[in-house]
Design a protein around this ligand. Structure first.
Ligand code: 3PG
Ligand code: MG
Length: 409
């Protein structure tokens, strides 16, 4: 990855200062109420740390994709009450993130106060990373802290542009996330195993290409494995797969061989004629799938082999479910593998890091998310990190050596 140490919040002099903190409050909502508070919880340590030090805290965040227009249905206001409750302190709100309203609200802050600004994406300048808009945000604060790993793949004004204009630091949640993902992929204890599942190879080509150069073993599961099985000549019946991606699958297989990465695929599968709970199903070998059958999960021999790989691994990186896990009993492969990995973590034999969209719901479904060493709340950012891409919101926090010296003098 890139050079330069990340500036850490603990090194910032924040007392009495106006500190702009980029958080990710793009939280699930139902009926105008926050329905999952994971991201609120993860923002608390940084806010509490700053409060303790007597900083004036100004929270910047986006919600939804309003595309540069004010849209009351995508306001951040519903976050104010649950945040205040979890913080055990009042949270103020300003109806705009720049301009008079924001300036007035910031001007009224006393040391230790917390202010949440309205959705940054109500301004087109946010996603455009417009210099003028970034300058208006920067004018509100004296120090910038990014605590939103899950938005760090966006080069937007509140994640990237503003960080160029103020002394910029990584918040506690962002540091924790980075420490774990870096430990898992950049200097892991080996053998390092990656488990990648999900529906489509097409959305994970870069990710697979990067992983084969880094990991000792890669297990591919879920519907995306069907494309690999077909590329290797299996008749997958009416399984979901991507006929256009057979060549890509072969390239990934070749890249794995070249890097000495052992690529593992299902050796047996669970098939059914329809994707329905309790549909009649059977275990089939790869050469036994009928025309009208579809693969919906890995079979027991595959789960055994995967458990052996987990058992011999010291580090595991997991993204994506291994079957149609939303529908019992096609969740068996995902649940059993997740539970076995969790058990190895509890025995202190394995470091297991997971992240990305469906992965968190799959691990919650298996009731083991809490047992994994670390579960990232990031979707797209976790995937881009697995792809080996630099995340703009992180890169901008890297200090050049001379900045280190400035800080020390
Ligand atoms: C997320 O929810 O994954 C992040 O907040 C990023 O949101 P976005 O995909 O709308 O940029
Ligand atoms: Mg997203």
């Amino acid at each position: 990855m890139s050079e330069g140490k990340i500036a850490r919040l603990e090194d910032a002099q924040v007392s009495g200062k106006r500190v702009l903190v980029r958080v990710d409050f793009n939280v699930p909502m139902a009926d105008g109420k926050v329905s999952d508070d994971t991201r609120l919880q993860s923002a608390l340590p940084t806010i509490e740390w700053l409060k303790d030090k007597g900083a004036r805290i100004i929270l910047l965040a986006h919600f939804g994709r309003p595309k540069g227009k004010v849209d009351a249905s995508q306001s951040l206001k519903p976050v104010m009450a649950p945040l205040s409750e979890r913080l055990g302190a009042p949270v103020r709100f300003a109806g705009d993130c720049i301009g008079k309203q924001a300036e007035k609200a910031v001007g009224e802050l006393k040391d230790g106060d917390v202010l949440l600004l309205e959705n940054t994406r109500f301004h087109a300048g946010e996603e455009a990373n417009d210099a003028e808009f970034a300058a208006q945000l920067a004018a509100l604060g004296e120090i910038y802290v990014n605590d939103a790993f899950s938005a760090a793949h966006r080069a937007h004004a509140s994640t990237e542009g503003v960080a160029r204009l103020l002394p910029a630091y990584a918040g506690l949640a962002l540091q924790r996330e980075l420490d774990h993902v870096t430990a898992a992929l950049e200097n892991p204890e080996r053998p390092l195993l990656a488990i990648v599942g999900g529906a489509k190879v097409s959305t994970k080509i870069d990710l697979l290409m990067n992983l084969v150069t880094k990991v000792n073993r890669l297990f591919v599961g879920g519907a995306m494995a069907n494309t690999f099985l077909a590329a290797k000549g299996a008749d997958v019946g009416k399984s979901l797969y991507e006929p256009d991606l057979l060549g890509t699958a072969r390239e990934i297989i070749a890249a794995a061989e070249k890097s000495g990465c052992q690529l593992l695929l299902p050796e047996d599968v669970v098939v059914a004629r329809e994707l329905k709970a309790k549909a009649a199903r059977r275990v089939a070998g790869l050469d036994e799938i009928a025309r009208d059958e579809m693969i919906l999960d890995c079979g027991p021999a595959t789960i055994d082999a995967l458990a052996d790989s987990i058992e011999s691994a010291k580090t595991l990186v997991w993204n994506g479910p291994l079957g149609a896990f939303e529908m019992t009993p096609f969740d068996t492969g995902t649940v059993e593998a997740a539970r076995f990995a969790a058990q190895r973590v509890r025995e202190r034999k394995l470091v297991a890091v997971a992240g990305g969209g469906d992965t968190v719901s799959a691990l919650n479904h298996a009731r083991v998310a809490g047992d994994f060493t670390f579960v990232s709340t990031a979707g797209g950012a976790f995937l881009e990190w697995l792809e080996g891409k630099p995340l703009p919101g992180i890169e901008v926090l890297r200090q050049m050596p001379q900045t280190d010296m400035d800080a020390a003098s």
